[in-house]
Design a binder for this molecule. Sequence first.
Ligand SMILES: N[C@@H](CCC(=O)N[C@@H](CS)C(=O)NCC(=O)O)C(=O)O
Length: 253
Amino acid sequence: MVLKLNTAVMTACGQRVAAILHEKEVPYELIEPDWANKELRSESWLEKHPFGQMPYIDDEGFILFESRAISRYIATKYASSGTPLLPSDTSDLKVMALLDQAISIETSNFDPHAGGLMMEKVFKGWGGKEADPILVAKYEEGMVGKLDGFEKLLAKQKYMAGDSLTFVDFFYLPYGTGLEKVGYDYLTNESKYPNITLTVKAIHGIELRCMSQMVPSLSQLQLVAGHGYLGASAGQALYTLIGRFPRAPRSGP
Ligand SMILES: N[C@@H](CCC(=O)N[C@@H](CS)C(=O)NCC(=O)O)C(=O)O
């Protein structure tokens, strides 16, 4: 039975998981909830995801929610297929501790600020609401305050969990792309944050590969494009970022 990914395709959390599934070459069925009929609040949905959110997967009856936990599960279960997305030595206590550190870095230092900005600048607009300038300023300040830390870390290592790409780097894809689309150069300011930019360039190359396959059919692409946000990512990014973000050679530490 093919793995089922239950999520709206335009959600950042769903994209995170879909990108990993594609990179690991895992076939899956995308099942979109019926938002209009509040399916996320239905008993059957809440039984799978008690917090009434997306995404969750159903892997032959094994139900798992939380996009980061799902990403780790897929990267581990399918360790030998597609792109390697685990550290090279998963039996090394310290290597795995650094992986956990990387997971926490994204949830603590990136997601709250980047997600807040996306909420204000993009998602609120979908519901016909205006961005709150006070909140925008707060999230901007929060994000800027973290960039020196990212820069320092990435001066010592190529990716977020060390010198090899892991599933954790994919956590940044949806909001990273979104921030750039709404005009923030936090992750692409080469003169100010050269090491962040190098890593982002490498990850963007992967994003293009994922995004080009992520949307299963043309009608879905149109559906997504209709929402504006992922439309920009899967559509425009696909066509306009190619060439702009070549993989940059980089000497390792
Ligand atoms: N930490 C959770 C966050 C889940 C979450 O916030 N999902 C959003 C989409 S990205 C959602 O379901 N929004 C609809 C809602 O909360 O009603 C994860 O990473 O899966």
